[in-house]
Design a protein around this ligand. Structure first.
Ligand code: C2G
Length: 137
């Protein structure tokens, strides 16, 4: 039984998230996701449209995901890898190299980013098609 650990906000759950999680599920028997809390997203300078509980429950409904827990800070990854006995830590390539310090504990991999889609692009598309609205956060 191999376990892969990943993290993210997963706001406005979209095809880029689905494709990434699907590839993760091909690499490991279990995909465990640390879903960023609303407070941690604020620390990242992100304002999510969906609150944590909704983002976490949408991830739980995804057939590629085995377990979801809250990500509260940058520093919890090392203890999470140990707690979940993760064989792999994986992220999209926009994080390439950022978590290599975990490589003494498990394999660290970065998969190509799904181009052309992002939460920010989706927000902009909604605004563009809804005259009178404006972008905040
Ligand atoms: N992602 C992707 N393709 C996209 C958009 C996102 O592969 N078009 C990947 C990202 O690389 C990341 C995951 O999907 O691995 C989640 O992306 P976000 O929700 O934007 O997560 P982020 O805010 O980057 O938080 O401690 C790590 C952070 O919590 C990551």
């Amino acid at each position: 039984m191999t376990t892969l650990l990943t993290y993210g906000a997963f706001d406005l759950f979209h095809i880029g998230h689905v494709k990434l999680l699907s590839r993760f599920a091909e690499m490991a028997d279990e995909v465990i996701v640390g879903c960023s809390s609303d407070e941690f997203n604020a620390l990242k300078g992100k304002t999510c449209i969906m609150p944590y509980e909704d983002r976490a429950n949408i991830l739980r409904a995804c057939r590629f995901v085995s377990h979801v827990f809250a990500e509260h800070n940058w520093g919890q990854k090392r203890s999470d890898v140990i707690e979940f006995n993760a064989d792999m830590f994986a992220m999209g390539a926009d994080w390439e190299g950022k978590f290599d310090e975990l490589s003494d504990l498990c394999d660290v991999v970065y998969l190509s980013h799904t181009e052309g889609v992002s939460t920010t692009k989706l927000k902009r598309r909604v605004l563009h098609r809804t005259p009178g609205l404006r972008m905040v956060g």
